[in-house]
Design a protein around this ligand. Sequence first.
Ligand SMILES: NC(=O)c1ccc[n+]([C@@H]2O[C@H](COP(=O)([O-])OP(=O)(O)OC[C@H]3O[C@@H](n4cnc5c(N)ncnc54)[C@H](OP(=O)(O)O)[C@@H]3O)[C@@H](O)[C@H]2O)c1
Length: 482
Amino acid sequence: MTEQSANIGVVGLAVMGSNLARNLASREGNTVAVFNRSRSKTDELVADHPEAGFVPAFSYEEFAATLAKPRTAIIMVKAGGPTDAVIDSLVEVFEAGDIIVDGGNALFTDTIRREKAVRETGINFVGAGISGGEEGALLGPSIMPGGSDESWVTLGPILKSIAAVAEGEPCVTHVGHDGAGHFVKMVHNGIEYADMQLIAEAYDLIRRGTGKTPAEIADVFAEWNTGELESYLIEITAEVLRQIDAETGKPLVDVILDQAGAKGTGAWTVQTALSLGVPVSGIAEATFARSLSSHPEQRAVSRDLPGAEEELTVDDVDAFIEDVRLALYASKIVAYSQGFDEIRAGAAEYDWTIDLGAVSKIWRAGCIIRAQFLNRIADAYDAEPGLPVLLTAPYFVEALGRAQGAWRRIVSTAAGAGIPAPAFSSSLSYYDGLRAERLPAALVQGQRDFFGAHTYKRIDKEGTFHTLWSGDRTEIEAEDTH
Ligand SMILES: NC(=O)c1ccc[n+]([C@@H]2O[C@H](COP(=O)([O-])OP(=O)(O)OC[C@H]3O[C@@H](n4cnc5c(N)ncnc54)[C@H](OP(=O)(O)O)[C@@H]3O)[C@@H](O)[C@H]2O)c1
């Protein structure tokens, strides 16, 4: 061990931590201290990568002693209790001015709590969302750090050196204070759920409508990936659909059990959106679609429920596929618009200043939702930073106008043929809900007033009103009870 020879340390050397440590070590000027609870992972990493020049530590005390001040350490361990345990241990051996970064997938409210507690010791705590999986961690992830301005001064150059690069710009920005980084990472994952579900619905409709094989549909996705849908998720969809199972010779997608798992970030995004009163229906439907798929017992007893009278038949295959593409694009615009709406609402609730254009830019490379499309979102926020609804930006208005006929045809075709397309259809309903001059919410207010005296407002005069439903049904002025 060399005293204070490392400028950055990593705690937690499982797949993400070891790759991130190697990424850090590969950048000029970095010497990386590494520590893992069980020694074997540290020994293995150091032995396998002599080129990295790692400084191994085998206790928290040793780890702290190897780091130059201000000490900077990135934690990459299992989210939840393990993260708290590592923070507590680091706080004991670090001192005021040092920086602890949690790069795991923490719930943003945990990050707010941890930041507050650690700040009292004078140590800086930064919750940083890191996206891109193991390959991103190694080659360049998209990084969403929160935390104090002071910690960003030291941390910024280090994170910029390891982040993915999009059009010459590193995919990292100081998102906002305390939990802002993990909040934005959470919404990123929520959008990822919606994007994946929309792609899955598109695949299902094409397969059931045209009878094309998975390999043929892979060609369709590969073609889509050369246009406005170009994205990592479309690209890997083609790869997955092309894969043949070595054991059976069948398309791999046909032998994979159709029950989608989840690690919880989609659910967090939806739960948070419900608390904030933000309709993220695309993300919610994507999360629920995974839940529905994962209830085999309910699906088994429901299999014989009556279905549509007619199967889906498609006369013009090319026109149908183009309709699906446009429906996918329009629904994707809705999903991103809803996600950015949640970030806007979260920033207002938690008092963060979040530059939405900068967020869209750091998602252009390194992360799972990386896409050409994110440049259009950045343009929209550049032109109007306070844009209240992303999909009302001129570029998206044009795209939605171009797509809406196809979108409506696809949603009604799916419903008519009994093919579930929850993300497509809920996105369209959201779009039409936003557009509506009047919503039946007026009736809901009437019902609420009837059974609960919840009162209502009128379109033609100021004030709050209640109808005496169980009396003579005259209207009186009332206290606003919402
Ligand atoms: N995998 C991904 O694609 C991905 C992508 C983005 C973010 N993340 C996030 O990155 C973090 C790391 O992910 P991962 O997949 O590399 O690892 P992981 O499987 O989530 O966690 C394993 C690591 O946590 C350590 N650990 C567990 N309990 C501990 C405790 N009580 N005290 C100290 N260390 C403890 C383990 O140490 P031992 O070796 O001693 O057991 C090991 O180093 C997670 O928060 C994850 O959600 C993962």
